[in-house]
Design a protein around this ligand. Sequence first.
Ligand code: MG
Ligand code: MG
Length: 255
Amino acid sequence: MVELKTDAALDAMRVAGRVVADALAAARAAAAPGTRLTELDEAARTVLREAGASSPFLGYRPSFAPTPFPAVLCVSVNDAIVHGIPDGYRLRDGDLVSIDCGAVVDGWAGDAATSFTVGTQRPEDRRLMETTHRALEAGIAAAVVGARMGDVSHAIGSIGRAAGYGIPEDFGGHGIGRAMHEDPPVPNDGRPGRGYVLRPGLVIAIEPMFLAGGGSDYTTAADGWTLRTLDGSRAAHFEHTVAVTEEGPRVLTLP
Ligand code: MG
Ligand code: MG
């Protein structure tokens, strides 16, 4: 069931969204060659704690997971697509890092992600990240009253396909509100003019993830969480929490 949010709820979600943006910025600022992934998580934890926010990631255990998620931040490096667990790995020059964070403030959730490189940037990584970010922007632009979910999905997927990137079918965006994952699903590819009609007060997390190798197959690592590209190519992931309003799309997870 899809729950449409009031204007007051959107304002409350904006508060949570700003905490998410701050936590991502802190984690990114902590990232450099030699930094342990746990240090990125600690940076995000500090922001959440100081804001009085709780983490919808910490202890999260969906049906596919063998263990509760142990961190407030997902950190996915190079061929890891999403859901990476921050561990003692030390970042190396040239690594492509995707970080994903959620926060709950006064019962309302925000969810966002970004990708960046550490140290020397490969041109192909820059193109992958720029294209994935452009797909996020296109998905946001398509999230207008009266459009259909297929329009959002198509806006994202057409950019990924045109660039020759792979798009995993099983993972994508989602409704969000009091729970981090609500209806409706927001697939990262689809047919325009199909699916759920977007109405004012709908809030969705839009989150393209593209795979540089062009294949869409992935494997789950031994930790039961981390998704890796099957071909070993790198992946990028960008996400914002976005409200559909009469005034147009409102991004709730901007700084
Ligand atoms: Mg997320
Ligand atoms: Mg999400």
